[in-house]
Design a protein around this ligand. Structure first.
Ligand SMILES: [Zn+2]
Length: 71
């Protein structure tokens, strides 16, 4: 999904689907947080007034990488 073209509805749907994905903060050197998507904290979306986005619980960064799932 391209975030730039997503509607708020698409954004929220994608965020719900992503909840169980293992991720890590994109600030790998400054922050280094790793966890599950559901560990992120909700914050008002920067671009969509009526949407929520999920940010790193450690540094508040709003971008993160998807990790390989380990089961
Ligand atoms: Zn972080």
């Amino acid at each position: 999904m391209s975030i730039d073209n997503a509607t708020p509805e698409e954004w929220n749907a994608a965020a719900r689907e992503a909840r169980d994905e293992p991720i890590e903060c994109s600030k790998t050197r400054k922050c280094g947080w790793k966890g599950m998507h559901s560990d992120l904290v909700s914050a008002p979306h920067k671009r969509f007034a009526n949407a929520q986005q999920h940010v790193c619980p450690c540094c508040g960064c709003d971008s993160y990488y998807r990790r390989e799932a380990r089961k």
